[in-house]
Write a protein that binds this ligand. Structure first.
Ligand SMILES: Cc1cc2nc3c(=O)[nH]c(=O)nc-3n(C[C@H](O)[C@H](O)[C@H](O)COP(=O)(O)OP(=O)(O)OC[C@H]3O[C@@H](n4cnc5c(N)ncnc54)[C@H](O)[C@@H]3O)c2cc1C
Ligand code: FES
Ligand code: FES
Length: 490
């Protein structure tokens, strides 16, 4: 779709592609990277399937220079504003083969393993394999099935089937002749990094102070982070965004800071890194985090965006509510930076509504470190294992002493207008012996506590039943049944 009817922006766009810096002017702030590639630059190897971040046909690879090396990640170009590429390096499926036609190892592996039939999904799969190649194979690491599944988790194929493609991923071998020469790219990206954008129609501040000022000066502008929600408002909702503030370059908000009592996760930390940081303290979070969307969405989408967007079926919030997370909200008022702390379980005021004021930004998510004796279970039920949104999500934090529950916090998703804390169910647990009778009382309490809706993901009855069954699972796991976890069986 041609979207050139916007008022023109003066914010220039520069990124590295095919051994050169591409500079473009007058790119509207809400023009997607896919439209830039296909329509403006006529690079049509990248396909449009769903235009919603779901299918992966539009996957490209971007890299950022960090400590003198390139960090590669996959991006759904259909929902990513083109301006988000500024200062980064970009590869599409047309950039991998050599000039004489010699295929890149990931393309060769797809041919050898018969990984393509109609071919529509293939450019996207090839790009996910290229990112996997650069992140593992080029670093001397082998690709096992788990890594292959993770890397391909954002790509759907309707005709070949996944076995040959996973086989292609697992067969990847390094080829020194085709290694990316990072030195000139890193040098070019350093030059481009000298241009933070604090004026124009696509603002990309690089400090927290500049972000808060931009928010105060342009209250009408659309704030975005990874755009994995906001990008769909452009492509599916046909919403226009004449001015955008992109917070993903704000250095302070890209940090994870560890303190004795809590971890502070900056709002611009992507979901992959955020879940890894949380899993370092609580390993049970790792498989839960891997159920969040697929690789491209986890590497673009942020924890701050998930919390601020406030979808009732968002995955991180039930977990963070169970962990007792607090939010740090910040604003610049009359030239002074002000901040306040809000417990996450009190943040939402209604369907996609929250306490966040128009001039405020969610800056940090503060998560308490585990206290001795904590038990945690986090569960997501969705139709697909990967790349799908929850029907129901439940996170349960318990402290059990001498067979009695001394503390309980439960977060639930998909069962109310907002992510919710199950306070009545907690009350049914606290002080009770952790046995089948208490479980039955808690199951009854949770069935009465929420009135879920029926929709395309699940019926209200199913959701209510699943809530009780997930509590049973928590009871079984917390009392020693390990083999009911798929990961344990694997
Ligand atoms: C294919 C696909 C699969 C998905 N799967 C899942 C899933 O499994 N589970 C799930 O929970 N979600 C899922 N999502 C939704 C989405 O990825 C998440 O909600 C993500 O965390 C949003 O983060 P973002 O950085 O992309 O936010 P954006 O899209 O950039 O922003 C979303 C909203 O939050 C606001 N916002 C962002 N950051 C801040 C901030 N720091 N302060 C104030 N406001 C802010 C923006 O203004 C905007 O209103 C999926 C999306 C797609 C496209
Ligand atoms: S076109 Fe389907 S994810 Fe982009
Ligand atoms: S090869 Fe046809 S959709 Fe994958």
């Amino acid at each position: 779709m041609n979207r050139t009817l916007h008022p023109v922006t003066e914010t220039p766009l520069r990124f590295w592609h095919r051994d050169a810096v591409v500079a473009r002017h007058h790119i509207p702030p809400d023009r997607t990277l896919l439209d830039l590639l296909r329509e403006d630059l006529r690079l049509t190897a990248t396909k449009e399937g769903c235009a919603a971040g779901d299918c992966g046909a539009c996957t490209v690879v971007v890299a950022e220079a960090v400590n003198g090396r390139l960090q590669y990640r996959t991006v759904n170009s259909c929902i990513k504003p083109a301006h988000a590429m500024d200062g980064l390096a970009l590869w599409t499926a047309a950039d991998l083969a050599q000039a004489d036609g010699t295929l890149h190892p990931v393309q060769q592996a797809m041919v050898a393993c018969h990984g393509s039939q109609c071919g529509f999904c293939t450019p996207g799969f090839v790009m996910s394999l290229f990112a996997l190649y650069q992140r593992t194979v080029a670093q001397g690491q082998a690709v096992d099935r788990h890594r292959a599944h993770e890397a391909l988790s954002g790509n759907l194929c309707r005709c070949t089937g996944y076995r040959p493609i996973v086989q292609a991923a697992c067969s990847l071998q390094a080829d020194a002749a085709q290694a990316v020469d990072e030195t000139p790219i890193v040098a070019a990206l350093h030059q481009l990094a000298a241009y933070p954008q604090t004026t124009g129609d696509y603002l990309r501040p690089s400090t927290l102070h500049a972000l808060l000022q931009a928010r105060a000066q342009h209250p009408q502008a659309q704030l975005i982070a990874g755009a994995t929600d906001a990008g769909l408002w452009i492509t599916q909702g046909l919403r226009r965004m004449p001015q955008i503030i992109d917070l993903t370059r704000v250095a302070e908000l890209r940090r994870v800071e560890r303190y004795p009592q809590h971890i502070a996760i900056g709002a611009a930390v992507n979901l992959q890194d955020a879940f890894e940081a949380l899993a370092a303290d609580r390993p049970v979070i790792a498989p839960f985090g891997e159920r969040f969307a697929g690789w491209p969405v986890r590497q673009s989408g942020t924890l701050g965006g998930n919390v601020a967007n406030g979808s009732p079926i968002g995955d991180s919030m039930p977990l963070l509510i169970a962990l007792g997370a607090q939010l740090v909200l910040m604003a610049s008022r009359k030239g002074r930076v002000v901040h306040r702390h809000v417990p996450l379980d009190q943040f939402y005021t209604g369907y996609r509504q929250s306490l966040l004021a128009p001039d405020e930004v969610l800056a940090w998510v503060a998560v308490p470190r585990p206290a001795p004796g904590e038990w945690l279970g986090a569960y997501k039920v969705s139709k697909r294992q990967e790349d799908d949104i929850s029907a129901v999500c439940l996170a349960v934090q318990l402290h059990v002493q001498d067979g009695h529950i001394t503390a309980a916090r439960i977060g639930a998703g998909g069962v109310a207008a907002t992510p919710a804390r199950a306070v009545q169910t907690e009350a049914a647990l606290i002080g009770q012996p952790w046995n089948e009778a208490t479980l039955a009382a808690a199951q009854q309490a949770i069935a009465q506590e929420f009135s879920p809706l029926s929709d395309l993901r699940a019926s209200a009855d199913y959701r209510r039943t699943i809530l009780g069954q997930l509590l049973r699972r928590a009871w079984l796991e917390s009392t020693g049944y390990k083999t009911i976890r798929l990961e344990a069986l694997a």
